[in-house]
Design a protein around this ligand. Sequence first.
Ligand code: ADP
Ligand code: MG
Length: 227
Amino acid sequence: MYSITGLTKTYETRDRGTIQALAGIDVEIDDGELVSIQGPTGGGKSTLLQMLGALDQPTDGTIKAFDHDLAQLGHAELTEIRAREIGFVFQHYNLIATLSATENVEAAILPTKAEKVTAAQRRELALEALDQVGLADRADHRPSELSGGQQQRVAIARALVKRPSVLLADEPTGNLDEHTRDEIWTVVEGLWRTQGLTVVVVTHDSALARRTPRRLRIADGRLTELD
Ligand code: ADP
Ligand code: MG
């Protein structure tokens, strides 16, 4: 899925000078893996996830994925890969407050595909995704009428509805209490098992990370394997 060599990202900042967020990372991630990434704040976790998600370009190195080297692609090509292949889940659910759960999920159905998809089909796709995260019975609720865990499940459904090959999650349980964390994690594990997804999850929570078959750690922009 990903073959990464010498991945480097530096940021030029006004107040802190040059920051090396990623300091030469080499890693292979296979199709269908479930990988967690741990490490201290500022270590480079989100930066790496952005590179995996074709959200940003590295300063140096290669990211072979989806039959391309993402490091060599332009903005338009990255946008297309992102739209087709990548589902994102963040710590903050980023749902639209005025839309129902179903409408939030529908909004993520690709504009390119939307032309061919009728309104009824869009709704059906959205309901199917909500069903996959166990939220079919809350389809018409707005975010304010849902618990934190339920909102995150809507966000996961939104990431899934376009049937991506990769699910990238940045601290998806960071805002949730222990019980709900477990629940969300179980949803993610279940999707990984049943959907053939490659899943990369950034987490602060070692207890959750221990449930993943492969664990990585990033500190000071350097990556190590944990076991
Ligand atoms: P983590 O997710 O592990 O907390 P990040 O990848 O967000 O770490 O950040 C790694 C380093 O890069 C930090 O020092 C952070 O301040 C810096 N950084 C991240 N994004 C930017 C940016 N857009 N501009 C400047 N510095 C950034
Ligand atoms: Mg981060």
